[in-house]
Every structure is written in structure tokens, then in C-alpha cells.
Design a protein around this ligand. Structure first.
Ligand code: ZN
Length: 133
């Protein structure tokens, strides 16, 4: 894996949290994007070589809403950039990790993504992501 590409943070409201993180990080949100397949609206901040991704649920029963209902707002996932997502998925499967999607899917920020089941990763949701060419 190449680096921590971003850290995903579940929030109740982007309209409250974007200004909060702009103050905290002293930088402007550079992109907002809705990912319909995941029922999330996202907002991105660039922080040196990595990013912060804020995630708000767009539906009553989306994954982010469920996460917040269970655990409250906070760190939702850590995303690692990989050069070749298919071979990394194969490698991790071979090591016994459970993949939450068997084929890479479209994520926010022009990425192909795959998530690992947190039961295998000390309850940390791990995202693999590869920049789409
Ligand atoms: Zn992410």
C-alpha cells in the first residue's frame, strides 16, 4: 500500500462540519460530491499529502446513518492508496481478509474502491483506493 490517501469521518451534517473543519485545518474544502450508490454526501480537505473526507448520510438507512446511530460521529474509515487494486484485493483475500465488495466499485474523488470487513482489522474499516486513469 502506498500511503494513507484519506481518513473518512462520519458527521451528522456537512453544513455544520465543513465550516468547523475549515477553521480547524485552516484550509478550504476543495470538493463536495454525492455518491449515490453509497448514499453519502462527501466533502474533501487536502492536508499535505493526504486528505480528510467528511461523510454525511443522504438517506435514513444509509451506512453512515447506521454508523452514527451505533457509534456516534467520528472516524469511520482509513483509506490506503494502492497502485493496483485488483492485485491488492487478491493478496488480501489470500491472507484471509474478508472483502466487502468482490469487485472494485466507484467511490468519491475519481477512485476505484474496495472495503475490508472490520471484523478482520481490529474493528477499523479499511478502504483500498486506486485513482481511476
Ligand atoms: Zn473514503
Amino acid at each position: 500500500m502506498l500511503k494513507v490517501e484519506h481518513i473518512g469521518i462520519a458527521v451528522k451534517s456537512l453544513s455544520l462540519s465543513v465550516p468547523l473543519f475549515e477553521k480547524l485545518l485552516n484550509s478550504q474544502c476543495y470538493k463536495t460530491e454525492e455518491v449515490a450508490s453509497e448514499a453519502v454526501a462527501t466533502a474533501f480537505f487536502r492536508q499535505g499529502d493526504t486528505k480528510i473526507e467528511l461523510l454525511e448520510s443522504t438517506t435514513e438507512d444509509g451506512v453512515i446513518r447506521k454508523f452514527i446511530d451505533k457509534k456516534g460521529e467520528g472516524i469511520h474509515h482509513i483509506a490506503f492508496e494502492v497502485a493496483d487494486i485488483l492485485s491488492e484485493m487478491e493478496r488480501l483475500k489470500g491472507e484471509g481478509f474478508l472483502l466487502l465488495n468482490e469487485t472494485p466499485k466507484d467511490g468519491a474523488d475519481n477512485k476505484l474502491v474496495c472495503f475490508l470487513h472490520p471484523k478482520d482489522t481490529n474493528s477499523v474499516l479499511i478502504e483500498l483506493c486506486q485513482e481511476k486513469g
